[in-house]
Design a protein around this ligand. Structure first.
Ligand code: ZN
Length: 503
């Protein structure tokens, strides 16, 4: 009995994921090739699909199938695929059934239009154009938090749980606080160092065509499979795993800023390698899905920073870089280049921030978002709140909104509760990288020879192929034997930057 019921359940889940992947493809298109005039029609398409998906997922049939398989032998051992798939299906079903269809459709419609308003506002450096849309988004997210519920926690927990299953605002605070202190001390020590890398090296002329070729080469060298993926241009880079055999990366090019597109591409390729490493047979079920955004981000940051910004990586890639960009790099030594791409300096844009200040950008957003959802901060007051907090964290004040509170696309997409996963990702990346060094062998020597496959294979096995077998907090313990901690990240940053800045 229960075997065929279980099959019916997984069939229904797969169908739902198939529908969601159609929406992902439309979303990718919206940000890459769709003509601007198609905005409203696309919003309607997306709202229709969101509504259909929600209806499918919350159908009484799924509820019945779930009740039938729960409590059977299929769930006896919590770590088996069937138990994992049932557990996560229940979680998804419960969350979805708490959200009224009207709210889901309205969220889809509003965020689709809000994204276009955000693009225009960002271009004009003017928050006020985006403000009425953000106001609606915040109101809808508050409604969502109330509908989902948060036990004896805070409303923000309900939003966080969507991206980081099981995580609580208080737990994140507990690791962010000591991390913030350590980072502030490190930033201050670096500011006082006499070593000043020549960062003008990376703002020289880097022709776009050469950038595309070089970053594509690097992404494919670390293991992103271009036979099952592609790379396009967009205003705000992202990676969209459409489904088995189809993973889309996007990036943006600035001919006078080398790191933006290069490390952006490595970052998105890291996400892509995770998506491409998932178990294809398990598509549509939890065993074929990524654990959480925090773990997803650990994969992108690991390839971007722990690999891509390391000296061994450039031992291998610096010569090809000089060949690709002769005008900019002909007379630049590897040491000078390495210093330039690792310059630590407070700056306005999160996605272009260095490894040390990056997490401070995340913490600022985490703080503001909690206030928005708690009803302590309204849309109209965000620019002022942002600038005040930014000035106290970084010692500099954004000269306009595009360098301030409207630099990120997330809020326009309704992605509140998402930002903290970036800093979680950095901490998980440090923990995983430490473990990989023990398990895989001399990674530095391998990178210097251009060998990235052994690390990729280790990540495939330890992280990607496990799907959602464990939630992030458990997964990190299973792999490293230690719970989530800020210490490996702090150790990595101190070691790397003490050497670079002779602290
Ligand atoms: Zn990312």
């Amino acid at each position: 009995m229960s075997q065929s019921t279980y099959e019916k359940l997984t069939e229904a889940l797969k169908k739902n994921e198939l529908l969601n992947s159609c929406a992902s493809l439309l979303g990718w298109d919206e940000h890459t090739y769709m003509p601007l005039a198609g905005t409203e029609h696309r919003a309607n398409q997306m709202a229709l699909l969101a509504g259909m998906s929600h209806e499918q997922l919350t159908s009484p049939q799924i509820g019945e199938l779930l009740s039938e398989v729960e409590g059977t032998d299929l769930c006896k051992d919590a770590a088996t695929p069937s138990a994992v798939n049932i557990r996560e299906a229940r979680r998804k079903y419960d969350r979805a059934t708490k959200l009224p269809r009207k709210l889901v459709e309205e969220m889809s419609r509003v965020t689709s239009l809000a994204q276009q308003a955000w693009i225009a506002a960002r271009k004009e450096k003017n928050f006020s154009q985006f403000c009425p849309w953000l106001e609606q988004v915040i109101a809808l997210k508050r409604e969502e938090a109330e509908a989902v519920g948060y036990g004896d926690g805070v409303p923000y927990d309900a939003l966080l749980d969507k991206y980081e299953p099981g995580a609580k605002t208080a737990d994140i605070d507990a690791v962010f606080s000591p991390l913030r202190d350590e980072l502030s001390r490190l930033v201050a020590a670096i500011a006082e160092s006499n070593i000043k890398p020549d960062s003008s090296i990376i703002t020289r002329n880097y022709p776009k065509e050469a950038q595309i070729k070089f970053s594509t080469l690097a992404a494919s060298s670390i293991g992103f499979d271009f036979e099952s993926g592609r790379l396009d241009e967009t205003a705000h880079p992202f990676c969209s795993g459409i489904g088995p055999g189809d993973c889309r990366l996007t990036t943006r090019y600035d001919e006078h800023h080398f790191p933006g597109a290069f490390f952006g591409t490595l970052h998105e390729a890291g996400h892509g390698i995770y998506d491409q490493g998932l178990n294809k047979e398990a598509f549509g079920t939890a065993m074929g899905q990524s654990v959480s955004l925090g773990i997803h981000e650990s994969q992108s940051r690991l390839w971007e920073n722990f690999v891509g910004r390391s000296r061994p990586f450039w031992n291998h890639f610096y010569k090809p870089a000089q060949t690709a960009f002769p005008e900019a790099l002909k007379n630049v030594s590897l040491d000078e280049f390495y210093g330039a791409i690792n310059t630590v300096q407070p700056s306005f844009i999160r996605v272009e921030a260095d490894e040390v200040t990056y997490n401070l950008h995340v913490m600022l957003r985490f703080e503001l978002e909690q206030k928005m959802i708690a009803g302590e901060l309204e849309a109209a007051d965000i620019p002022t709140a942002w600038n005040e907090l930014f000035t106290s964290s970084f010692g500099i004040t954004p000269p306009n909104d595009s360098l301030g509170c409207i630099q990120d696309i997330h809020w326009s997409m309704g992605l509140l509760g998402y930002f903290p996963t970036y800093a979680l990702g950095n901490m998980y990346a440090a923990q995983l990288f430490e473990q990989a060094k023990q398990d895989v062998g001399d990674l530095d020597a391998m990178f210097s020879r251009g060998e990235f496959e052994p690390l990729k294979v280790w990540l495939n096995k330890q992280v990607h192929l496990r799907g959602m077998q464990y939630w992030s907090s458990q997964l990190i313990e299973v792999i490293t034997g230690e719970p989530l901690s800020h210490l490996p990240l702090v150790k990595h940053l101190k070691t790397k930057f003490s050497e670079l800045y002779q602290l």
